[in-house]
Design a protein around this ligand. Structure first.
Ligand code: FES
Length: 177
């Protein structure tokens, strides 16, 4: 054996030991970091509970569902009637108000607050905001008008405001998601 071989072999063993410790350290760090942030699956499956008891007829609130704006609106009888008076076949995205709400609760319009054109947040949920030509929501980015059922009536948006999955758990409580 040459005199330097033993030294080189020891160096190698030390380097290998350090590397193994480094990898071990990383392996324990990664699970810790991934536990700190919610995974995509958790986010996608998350629900939002909303108490609607304070929303008077004619009023709406803006909430947040899976990090996106959500509108919950209590339609007046006149707004329900206006939505029902529209010939569905004339609509770009034909849907009745009944199809977009829960049975016996057609006054509760729950939609994402995200314009289906390019994703701006339409106006009309907060008091005094422009509700557009059809009394629902108005997207100021490129001029999309939604009616009192959140259906696209004018402007570039291709489809109605999205209605997310939700259920009434009581008369005044909804769970979205
Ligand atoms: S993003 Fe709403 S009209 Fe373009």
């Amino acid at each position: 054996m040459a005199p330097g071989d033993g030294v080189r072999r020891r160096d190698f063993i030390e380097i290998a030991a350090v590397s193994a410790a480094g990898i071990g350290g990383l392996a324990t760090l990664v699970p810790l970091i991934s536990q700190m942030a919610p995974s995509r699956d958790v986010l996608a499956g998350s629900t939002t509970e909303i108490d609607v008891s304070a929303i008077e007829p004619g009023m709406a609130i803006k909430a947040v569902f899976r990090k996106q704006p959500l509108f919950v609106r209590n339609l007046t009888p006149q707004e329900v009637a206006a939505a029902d008076a529209v010939a569905v076949s004339s609509l770009r995205d034909p849907q009745t108000l009944e199809e977009r709400t829960k049975e016996g609760k057609t006054n509760w319009l729950v939609t994402m607050g995200v314009c289906t054109h390019l994703g701006c947040v339409p106006l009309g949920a907060a008091e005094g905001e422009n509700k557009g030509e059809f009394g629902g929501y108005f997207c100021p980015c490129h001029g999309s008008h939604y009616d009192t059922a959140g259906r696209i009536r004018k402007g570039p948006a291709p489809t109605n405001l999205l209605v997310p999955e939700y259920t009434f758990t009581t008369d005044t409580q909804i769970v979205v998601g």
